[in-house]
Ligand binder design. Structure first.
Ligand code: 5AD
Ligand code: FES
Length: 337
């Protein structure tokens, strides 16, 4: 296995085999992580600012029309208060994530982005779904630095099954527009989706490389009740970790988070991810009262905690791993960004 060389699909498939001992892969990915991005772990404060969504993705617990979801949207002032909390906790970035909420469209977001930049100077990452090329440009001009838009699976057929009101080609058009607009771009997938083949997971990883992503987020699929996928078999942490390790090996310097979904399927899930390629944590800084309502999947961690609790938790996690907080805002490590 060549840690420095580019992995071929055949080798990726070899390591995605659940019967293969992943230890050599994980060790190699940990080494590549240390060489390419160092021991520092970037902390990004996650603000889940609206759970209102116009889409009906089959896997998602806050899909439009889902019964029993108590809908909420934070006000501009509440979002700004979260950003102040992030600054106080010493995080370099705020990640503003929401459903595709028509009331929180680009026009409404722009003054909030400007206010956060002006008042805190933090890096701002948006995770607010599909928009037009012009809107992406406007969000970038307002000062947003990064954008996360997972493509969820590279398998066109599976994508249209899981996202009945989205278009596969448009998803990738959006990723190209984001790059053109000058964002640092993140994407990613769920591991272990029903009907997802190992072949398509290998394609996901090769596509991360081809898209030249700045950030890649991967988490296990967790079946949500009250969705069309209730009762479906969930993805395993093992599959998600293998994908993280392979993504590290293939991209080398992408920022890769140890995701909340990983911590939700295994209490040590995020620690394990940090030891096989991940270099980012996204502690939740949303107001505690709304956290239970941003339930993308059951068993989601940090739903009862206050921002300070998550901060203390990630701090002790890093200490336990012999890692440290990274310096700076954690911008892309790719040239020119
Ligand atoms: N299980 C795991 N991850 C999920 N996401 C949404 N629903 C689920 C689920 N049931 C992930 C998607 C989305 C991100 C915000 O959360 O990949 O892009
Ligand atoms: Fe929230 Fe551990 S990160 S409780």
């Amino acid at each position: 296995m060549g840690a420095g060389g580019i992995m071929k699909k055949k080798e990726i498939l070899y390591w995605l085999d659940p019967d293969r001992d992943p230890a050599p892969l994980f060790d190699m990915a940990d080494k590549v992580r240390r060489e390419a991005v160092g021991d520092g772990v970037h902390l990004r404060g996650l603000i889940e600012f609206s759970n209102i969504c116009r889409r009906r993705c089959y896997y998602c617990g806050i899909r439009a029309g889902s019964p029993g979801v108590r809908r909420y949207r934070l006000s501009a002032e509440e979002i700004l208060a979260c950003a102040r909390t992030a600054a106080r906790l010493g995080y370099g970035t705020v990640v503003m994530q929401s459903g595709e909420d028509p009331a929180w469209g680009p026009a409404a977001l722009i003054p909030v982005i400007e206010a956060i930049k002006k008042e805190t100077g933090l890096a701002v990452t948006l995770s607010v779904g599909e928009h037009s090329k012009e809107d992406y440009r406007a969000l970038r001009s307002a000062g947003a630095d990064r954008f996360l838009l997972r493509f969820e699976t590279s398998d066109r057929r599976l994508f249209s099954l899981l996202k009945p009101d989205s278009d596969y080609d448009n998803r990738f058009r959006c990723l190209a527009w984001l790059k053109e607009a000058g964002f640092q771009v993140g994407s990613g997938v769920m591991a272990g989706l029903p009907g997802q083949t190992r072949e398509s997971m290998a394609d996901d990883i090769l596509l991360f490389k081809e898209l030249d992503l700045d950030m890649v987020g991967i988490g296990p699929f967790i079946a949500s009740p009250d969705t069309p996928m209730a009762g479906a078999e969930c993805g395993t942490l093992d599959a998600a970790l293998r994908m993280v390790a392979l993504t590290r090996a293939v991209t080398r310097d992408a920022h890769i988070p140890a995701t909340t979904a990983m911590g939700s399927v295994d209490p040590l899930g995020r620690q394990k991810a940090l030891r096989c390629g991940a270099n980012v944590l996204m502690p939740n800084i949303s107001p505690t009262e709304h956290r239970p309502d941003y339930r993308l999947y059951p068993g989601k961690i940090c739903t009862d905690e206050a921002p300070e609790r998550c901060a203390a938790c990630v701090e002790s996690m890093l200490a336990g791993l012999g890692r440290r907080r990274a310096e700076g805002q954690g911008h892309s490590l790719k040239g020119g960004k």
